[in-house]
Ligand binder design. Sequence first.
Ligand code: NAP
Length: 270
Amino acid sequence: MEMKTEKASRIRVVVAGAAGRMGRQVLAAVSREPDMELVGGVDVREGRVPIDAERTDGFLEVTRDLVSSLTRLRPDVMVDFTHPAAVMENVRTALGMGVRCVVGTTGLGAQDIDEIDRLCHRNGIGAVVAPNFAIGAVLMMKFAEMASRYFHAAEIIELHHDRKIDAPSGTAIKTAQGMARVDRARAEAAAGGEEPLARGESVGGVRIHSVRLPGLVAHQEVLFGGPGQVLTIRHDSISRESFMPGVMLAIRRVMDLDHAVFGLEHLLDL
Ligand code: NAP
């Protein structure tokens, strides 16, 4: 009897982008969580995908059609790690069908964020959208905000694998925006200034330099300069496993939300 109650309360999860690098990690992570049930996967690349690279016995039949998957599988949560061009359509579909969303796909703009917010309110369910699910990266952003109160000159170097589509990274933009909130003087001083092209993209007065190379995963340095000193805050995601504790946390927490949350930091006690 007890077993049955436990099973009934497991969170049913569908993964969009299930054949991708992040999607496969999510399949494995969800399948290992006792309070979650991996019920399906969707990807433009259909076919059998191994659920867990460390085991040989489990495969997931990944299909293309999100609407029919959601109708048939009735998940509680859709996790999306797809493509900037695909994510909004997936989120509209899922929220419209009463399925909560955990979105890791990057490259969303302010209009997309507003739309997700509206869709959550309209449907009375939650979503978590986070450009970085690595808890260490969220702490890096927090520490950068703290340092920004004392150092008024700062630049960001973000380094990612060469197949990353968007630049600068969502994490770098978010870091710079957080720093600009704390140090408004720097943001205002930069607002009217010239933009030399070879000096990276300026977000809120913080220049972001994007490096794309094979061999890298996701790395970021925030450098602060002051008279006679330099402070460097660095975070490295060495493997995609680094994102999984944050994704699992978001899946659990989104079940209790009736609105959209943007950023993992809002789910942590910082
Ligand atoms: P990836 O390996 O290319 O995986 C994306 C998968 O989604 C691919 O299999 C892709 O197929 C598929 N796809 C594209 N359009 C789709 C659609 N409409 N419906 C379903 N599946 C679709 O990329 P990745 O490295 O896993 O990264 C995915 C996203 O997550 C990127 O935006 C990346 O920046 C982001 N990311 C976020 C975090 C975070 O912590 N928030 C961490 C790492 C990565 P095709 O290859 O055939 O297009």
